[in-house]
Design a protein around this ligand. Structure first.
Ligand SMILES: *Cc1c(COP(=O)(O)O)cnc(C)c1O
Length: 463
């Protein structure tokens, strides 16, 4: 075992963690009883815990470590920038070189006329920017009543007041008075769980047309924007039917609704194109980016905005909005170094042409496992839906997520980080994943599924 000596023993770390550290999206008491796994370092697609165990991180942290862990270039970029200019703001008519360089770089990379960048510290606050931006945009055009934003049930756009409201997560809405007024939701294009007897294609169209119905119900003059992830991530890697996005695009165009594509997960190569909007040939007015923008090495997010939207906002005078860390120089420098690697090593090509097809072939074979009803994959985002009855696409009788949590536990114990969303298991590995690492991933996933099946049969949950 690889002993690590420069920190307290694991049990002491866990006790201190439980005593003082409030974890996001975690039942504190439950975690305190069990003790958190302490991650100490990482390299490539592998993370190491305080006991020296090497774990394959098939989630890339939280969907973000696209270039893999341990890249010196980013550490160097951060150190260099901290020495030269650790902070300066971009409020009140000042700027600095890293923010200029990254904004230009993103304008070049982003499709179409998305040429203007408003920086944030992450995805939630970038989406809060978007909410204010689209309302201010229409108000500036003399239509202040065109202010409602339509999101989707089970969409995820962050957990702040605005982003959590635009998202459609029941658990988030249940706490703290969300959604805020002026935000409504339509159903998601999740054929496996909700498609009934329809073909996926018909279902995709039907779910897209809910947007048109909602616009008709509210009145076109009251709807500012529609926000969606090209592929829902936190919702369970819901790959939409092929008919869905073309219809959404048509509806937004015909009804003059701004389209916000939340690319926080899909952006920077994950779906096999630089952006998910390119994979689905969507033409958004605003794109939200974060996560893969810096591969998680430093916190940063951004709204990338079309010429037309930016011009309208500029002409209206001051946009009274900004974060102290908008365009933080260290984060911008790290993001630039990250993009150099992403492009220089053609990691998007690894997803599209090299490891990607191999992962797809292996992942789709998981559907032969007795517990798996559907195995979906697009680029380096994938999910399996577990079910006791494949033909009926039936849920388990046990409450939703019970079996998922058991499977997640077996992955964890088998040194594979795979997440569960309800009873779906999902992955989103670093884009550097190699074919031999795919083999390890699949082998550990199958072992975890086998152990899950045995355990739920034992406990009488396989029904
Ligand atoms: C993670 C995520 C966010 C929120 O980003 P944070 O940096 O956690 O605030 C927003 N949208 C999507 C699609 C995400 O996956």
């Amino acid at each position: 075992m690889n002993m690590i000596t420069n920190h307290l023993p694991t049990a002491e770390l866990q006790a201190l963690d439980a005593a003082h550290h409030m974890h996001p999206f975690t039942a504190g008491a439950e975690l305190a009883a069990k003790g958190a796994r302490v991650i100490t370092r990482a390299k490539g697609v592998w993370i190491t815990d305080s006991e020296g165990e090497e774990i394959l991180d098939a989630m890339a942290g939280l969907w973000c470590v696209n270039i893999g862990y341990g890249r010196e270039e980013l550490a160097e970029a951060a150190a260099r920038q901290m020495r030269e200019l650790p902070f300066y703001n971009t409020f009140f008519q000042t700027t600095h070189v890293p923010a200029i360089a990254l904004a230009q770089r993103l304008a070049e990379m982003a499709p179409g006329d998305l040429n203007h960048v408003f920086f944030a510290s992450g995805g939630s606050d970038a989406n809060d920017t978007n909410l204010r931006l689209v309302r201010h945009y229409w108000a500036s055009k003399g239509k202040p009543e065109k202010s409602i934003v339509i999101g989707r049930k089970n969409g995820y756009h962050g957990s702040s007041m605005g982003s959590g409201s635009m998202g459609g997560m029941k658990g988030i809405h249940a706490q703290g008075g969300l959604p805020i007024p002026g935000i409504v939701h339509i159903n998601q294009p999740d054929w496996w769980s909700e498609g009934g007897d329809m073909t996926p294609e018909d279902f995709g169209l039907a779910r897209a047309r809910e947007l048109e119905d909602k616009i008709a119900e509210l009145g076109e003059d009251r709807v500012a924007a529609f926000i969606a992830e090209p592929i829902q991530g936190a919702g369970g890697v819901i790959v939409p039917p092929s008919t869905y996005w073309p219809e959404i695009q048509r509806i937004c165009d015909e009804h003059e609704i701004l389209l916000i594509a939340d690319e926080v997960i899909c952006g920077f190569g994950r779906t096999g194109s630089m952006f998910g909007t390119q994979t689905y040939q969507i033409r958004p007015d605003i794109m939200t980016v974060a996560k893969g923008l810096s591969s998680g090495y430093a916190p940063i997010g951004a709204s990338i905005v079309s010429d037309e939207v930016a011009r309208t906002i500029d002409e209206a005078g001051e946009f009274a909005h900004g974060y102290t860390y908008s365009g933080h120089p260290v984060s911008c420098a790290v993001a630039l170094a990250n993009l150099d690697i992403l492009v220089g090593e053609d990691l998007v090509g690894n997803v599209a042409d090299r490891t990607g097809p191999y992962l797809k072939e292996k992942w789709e074979q998981l559907v032969d496992h007795p517990l798996v009803g559907e195995a979906k994959i697009k680029g380096f985002m994938a999910s399996v839906a577990m079910t006791p009855d494949k033909a009926a696409r039936a849920p388990f009788l046990a409450s939703k997520g019970t079996v998922g949590a058991i499977a997640r536990g077996h992955c964890f114990d088998g040194n594979l980080i795979m997440r569960h969303v309800g009873d779906r298991m999902i992955i989103s590995p670093p884009l550097t994943l190699s074919k031999p690492e795919v083999d390890v991933l699949i082998e550990r996933a199958v072992r975890a599924l086998d152990l899950t099946l045995a355990e739920i049969k034992d406990k009488g949950l396989y029904r």
